[in-house]
Design a protein around this ligand. Structure first.
Ligand code: PEP
Ligand code: MG
Length: 542
């Protein structure tokens, strides 16, 4: 008997991370916009002030809980950062200013909070003292927290275990916040195959479909969902017959994956005897286990953004050092290529979320942000130098578009070394410096860059978007996002040839390096070093 399938709703999105997930939906919304200004009647002013004070108390309690958890999980150094936020919240003068705006101007609490915290943040950002400037990030975090509480939202994400997250758009920071919990999959309205959200989902090995456009309208919390990350099909409230059909597909998929895993430890060699190095792209400490079982020969790209996003606040130098040491030790006897912070674009650091740019992908991103924010950059460089105890770390700079950026970076690296010497800290400055070639100007002028750096890593995710003028995160133009476009293949070939003629190592760490169809083409073009998401490595080596 055929079951009636009319009750099911089919949607087609973009397959972003392989695998099949089945389970209840968790509908996730988390926005903090500039609040609306409302004038409070005089008779209600006391109530409004009490509401504000309650929000402060709740925020303080929440931070104390985070402080305890952070202390247990990551240690005192990291927890200390949360403590600073608690101290700011304890500052009476600060809070009195908000209360004054409520009482004297009769502003609603949310608007008064936004105004005071925004002004303070901007004031702190202009200070010359590095330590004080960093406090702007704390004020930003507190503002978001209080506004969330005032709008009646819970501060914790009320995620139920073993669900599929359904959302309009989720930024990688939120995926990381949720990632310690048991997530079955992700499904979003917006986003492209190579948006950072999709990449994070692949790194975590969680099936995902992005760019469905309507999923949040068509589904509600608690509905049952089948999500096929292999072909982008999403089925809301499937019939028992459909569930059975997909359970079978899921079983076959797992068998295929296991078969590939068994061969993954063998070396990758072409039939004509060329050795190919396949390394892993990682972002989180939790991925190290998957990395060790993937057959990867080292870490070809460690995206440090995960470290900056996971705590909800900036990680300290010591915490970074310890984390980088863990990556270096796990990579040994191979190497780990640590990429310096690549924020901006669709990777918005929570503490900077209120600085909107009209073209974030063309804006204050990655190396541009770091060169301007030495208080963030220098501790990261110091941590990398200190973690390089075994000499198997290489340093990679993202979003390089001009030689001047490399030269400025080298000056800052010297400053970091001087500081370490003055502080009598142990470090190893013998490390190779490479750049991501992910902006057309760097690919076109590759010869000049090769004279300045030790190695090259081709980042196709951004190189495609900048070469073809196609936003990597926009589902409406995703049909144009194509790594076989002749203009792109031309640039890639040019970069490989130039690096080889100057005897400099060249690899690829964009998602193209994890596409089993593209890999033979790239090998034919002379590429011998690939770095891909761990889940793709067994198939590529095969
Ligand atoms: C790239 O752009 O290809 C890349 C690897 O960097 P990300 O995806 O982190 O921007
Ligand atoms: Mg990039």
């Amino acid at each position: 008997m055929t079951a009636d399938r009319r009750s099911e709703i089919y949607l087609k999105g973009i397959p972003a991370s392989p695998g099949i997930a089945m389970g209840p939906i968790f509908l996730y919304r988390d926005h903090t916009h500039e609040p609306e200004l409302r004038i409070i009647p005089v008779s209600k002013l006391d109530d409004e002030i009490s509401r504000f004070q309650r929000a402060i108390r709740a925020s303080r309690d929440y931070l104390k809980k985070i402080h305890r958890e952070t202390d247990q999980k990551y240690g005192n150094d990291f927890a200390e950062i949360v403590q600073i936020q608690i101290s700011i919240l304890d500052d009476e003068i600060f809070l009195k200013e908000v209360e004054k705006l409520i009482r004297e101007h009769r502003y609603n609490a949310a608007y008064a909070t936004f105004k005071v915290f925004q002004e303070k943040k901007e004031h702190f950002l202009k200070l010359s003292d590095d330590y004080m400037r960093e406090r702007a990030f704390d004020i930003q975090t507190l503002k978001r927290l209080i506004l969330k509480k005032l709008s009646g939202k819970k501060l914790d994400i009320n995620y139920k275990k073993k669900s599929i997250i359904v959302t309009d758009n989720i930024n990688p920071a939120d995926i990381i916040r949720l990632h310690h919990k048991d997530i079955l999959g992700f499904c979003t309205n917006v986003g492209g195959k190579n948006s950072h959200t999709a990449i994070v989902a692949r790194s975590l090995g969680v099936p995902a479909v992005v760019g469905t456009e309507y999923i949040t309208t068509a589904a509600k919390s608690g509905d049952y969902l089948i999500l096929n990350g292999n072909d982008g099909v999403v089925i809301i409230n499937p019939t028992p017959e459909t569930i059975k059909e997909y359970s079978e597909k899921q079983r076959k998929f797992l068998i295929l994956e296991n078969g590939l895993l068994q061969d993954a430890m063998k070396p990758a060699r072409t039939r004509d005897g060329k050795n190919i190095t396949v390394m892993a792209n990682l972002e989180f400490i939790e991925e190290l286990e998957q990395f060790r079982n993937s057959g990867a020969e080292g870490i070809g790209l460690y995206r440090t953004e995960g470290l900056f996003f996971s705590g909800g606040t900036l990680p300290g130098e010591e915490f970074q050092t310890q984390t980088y040491i863990k990556f270096a030790e796990n990579a040994a006897p191979y190497e780990v290529i640590i990429r310096t912070l690549d924020v901006g674009g669709d990777k918005i650091l929570p503490d900077l979320a209120d600085l909107p740019e009209s073209n974030p992908f063309l804006g204050w991103r990655a190396i541009r942000f770091c060169l301007d924010h030495k208080e963030v950059f220098v501790p990261q460089l110091k941590a990398i130098l200190q973690a390089n105890l075994h000499g198997n770390i290489k340093l990679l700079l993202p979003m390089i578009s001009a030689l001047e950026e490399v030269r400025q970076f080298k000056e800052i690296l010297k400053e970091a070394i001087t500081l370490l010497k003055n502080e009598h800290k142990e470090f190893n400055a013998d490390l190779e410096i490479g750049i991501m070639v992910e902006i057309p100007s760097a690919a076109i002028m590759i010869d000049s860059f090769l004279d300045e750096v030790d190695f090259i890593s081709i980042g196709t995710n951004d190189l495609i978007q900048y070469t073809l003028a196609v936003d990597r995160a926009n589902e409406k133009v995703s049909y144009l996002y194509n790594h076989y476009h002749p203009s792109l293949l031309n640039l890639i070939k040019k970069v490989i040839d130039a690096a080889k003629s100057k005897m400099k190592p060249v690899g690829m760490c964009g998602e193209m390096a994890g596409d089993p169809v593209a890999v033979p083409l790239l090998i034919g073009m002379g590429l011998e070093n690939f770095s891909a998401t761990p889940s793709r490595i067994p198939e590529i080596k095969n």
